[in-house]
Design a protein around this ligand. Structure first.
Ligand SMILES: N[C@@H](CCC(=O)N[C@@H](CS)C(=O)NCC(=O)O)C(=O)O
Length: 198
């Protein structure tokens, strides 16, 4: 199974992290982002959006980190990481949507501005961060994991760009429940880090 990968990408890291936690070997194919290789073959043929990550599992080709988490969790994680019953499934999925929306447009985009110089609207990324991080902290005040009382792909999807928030000038000081949740994720057997989450 090949993951077209970028070390500094939190979206790629979601996939590497889940694979490590479930003991699934991945063949990492590093893509030279600065050279624009994500906009050229073979990546553009796997993902017409020209984005990473992309996954190739035999004839199955997938784009989008959330979709790849769903695929790996259902194919290799049994019921543990993504259950099939309607309510718990939906509970996990709502956080995948939050990861792709508020977390992406808040702390993740703030990091794209500060760390990589992308010309995004920094005040907007800070406003979105100020909306989602307090909400997440309140949610975690009464539970150890985002849903179902155990780690699921909800945690894996939301974790990277929350943990990387300081790289976008978004402080996690004062978010005690988020910080304890980050520590719990880092203590999971098989956990792997990425630059910026150590
Ligand atoms: N929704 C996608 C977003 C993927 C994404 O934006 N990847 C970045 C790297 S972290 C990328 O390839 N950006 C290049 C571009 O958008 O042109 C996911 O979750 O995988």
């Amino acid at each position: 199974m090949k993951l077209y990968d970028l070390t500094l990408s939190g979206n790629c890291y979601k996939v590497r992290l889940l694979a490590a936690l479930i003991g699934l070997p991945l063949e990492l194919v590093p893509v030279d982002f600065l050279a624009g290789d994500h906009k050229r073959a073979p990546v553009i043929e796997l993902n017409p959006l020209g984005q990473l990550p992309a996954l190739e599992d035999g004839a199955v080709v997938l784009r989008d980190s959330q979709a790849i988490l769903v695929y790996l969790a259902r194919k290799h994680g049994g019921e543990a990481w993504l259950p099939t019953e309607p309510e718990p499934l939906a509970r996990v999925m709502q956080w995948l949507s939050t990861a792709a929306n508020e977390v992406q447009h808040g702390p993740a985009d703030a990091r794209l501005v500060d760390k990589f110089g992308l010309p995004l609207d920094k005040p907007s990324t800070l406003r979105t961060s100020d909306f989602i991080l307090p909400l997440l902290d309140r949610h975690l005040a009464t539970r150890d994991w985002l849903e179902l009382g155990r780690p699921t792909i909800a945690d894996i999807a939301v974790f990277p760009y929350v943990a990387l928030a300081p790289e976008g000038g978004v402080s996690l000081d004062g978010y005690a429940h988020i910080n304890r949740w980050i520590a719990r994720i880092k203590a999971l057997p098989g956990y792997v880090a990425m630059p910026g989450t150590e």
